[in-house]
Structure formats: C-alpha cells, structure tokens
Design a protein around this ligand. Sequence first.
Ligand code: ZN
Ligand code: ZN
Length: 260
Amino acid sequence: MASPLSRMLPLAAAAMECRLSGRLGTEPRDMSLSPSKGYYSRVRLHGDLVVSYWLRAVGGAVRPTLQHEEAAPRRFDHKFPLLNGLNADHHSACCDAIREVLLRARTPLGLDAGSWDDSLADHLATLTVDAVRRERVAGDGGEHRGVPPRFDVDLALTIVAEFVYSEPKALLLACDKAAAATTTRAPPCRAGDAECRVCVEAKEDTMARLPCSHSFHRGCILPWFDKVATCPMCGHDVAKYLAAATNTPIGKFPAALFGP
Ligand SMILES: [Zn+2]
Ligand SMILES: [Zn+2]
C-alpha cells in the first residue's frame, strides 16, 4: 500500500494536512473483555480505515469540501501484549501500546507525527482501563495469589483519515519558490517597507516574499490567501505560480492523488 502523498508533486504534498480521528464501534460485541489464560493481558485492535480527500480552496471560506472517498475501507488488525499488565494503574502503558498500533495503521498513509491527534490513544486507553476496572468489580475483585488478573481485550474501531489539501499553504510555498527565483531582480527597499502591510507591525527575518517583491509575515499572508490569490499591496495575481508549481489550476485538488 503506497502512500498517497508519494504520487504528488513535493510542493503539493507539503501542503497536505492529515487529520485522524477514531471511534469505537457501538455494538456490544465491538468491545469485549475476557479473562486471559496467558501470561500477559492481550489487546486486539481491528477495524476499518476510511480514507477521504478534501480541498480547502483559496476563496472557499476555510471550509474544506469533500473531493473523493475511497470506495472500500482499508482493513487493519493488530494484536499486542501489554507486558506491564492491564489495570487502572497502567493507563500510560495501555496508551503507549495503542499509540504504537495506530502508528502502524497510519504509516502506509504517509502521515507524519505532527498530523496525529494524540487524544485518540488516550481515549481508547481510558475506555480499556475503565472496562477492566468494571470487570474486576463485577468479578472476584482481582488477584489470585498475588498475580494480577489478565484479560484479552478486543476493540473494533473505525479510524477516519482525512487528507486536506490546503491551497492557501500551497500558494504560499509556490510564491516562496517563484520569489526565490527572482531574488536578483528584487527592487531596492523603499520608504514604508519596514512594516508588514497586512498588520502594520515591524518585519522580521522570516518574511514571506511574493514574486512581486512585497513581503509579509507568514502568519498574515496565509489568512489573506484563504480569501484571494493576489498580493495585498499591489494586487499582483499569484494564482499562476501555484498552477506552475503543482500542475494544478487554482480551485482544484492536485491531480493524480486518487483514482486511476
Ligand atoms: Zn504582518
Ligand atoms: Zn505585490
């Protein structure tokens, strides 16, 4: 299973954000817990990975629109032992183990660490530990000759992976690239160039410079690009730089990411 991002031009891939969320199944059988005969508690995480693609377009009022959803969910099935046992004191061990499994589930998607919503592992660990605690209260209450109880835990999950193409981010990267190619032709500084013209604050070292030579704080120009693909100062149309850098016209999802 190749990463969908590997089929994109690097600049477009760099503007792709990945959102992951997950939920437990709602049927009683989607979460089961039974006493284990093994030496360790064991957890099985299995279910569907649902992958969809979204476009957050320049001028799209920040709301992404769905472009494509994979017809068939990708199945995953992982089993792992919890070597440190499984009880109310071991939330963090359970969390680490679940995080490890989710890491393996997302690797084929080419997701990086920053794109990961860590609350999912914490949420699942809490559910698991709570279920164990309930089982212990309902059962004989715990230890046999000093040995902590062990369980087989089975969790059916749906993990949702949303690839969101941020066109404003791609536009900024494309402008960076085009501006770098025109460095030698940049005009000399003029009066008033000491401030960013969006927020009227002093400029910093890491300004975004557009191909028209006007520069802005990155945090100022990006929200501007949410609305329109022009320079705030001179109205220079920058959409063509995006089209050139991504082979995709403005307002479109990058080609060749999904489909044949
Ligand atoms: Zn600014
Ligand atoms: Zn300009």
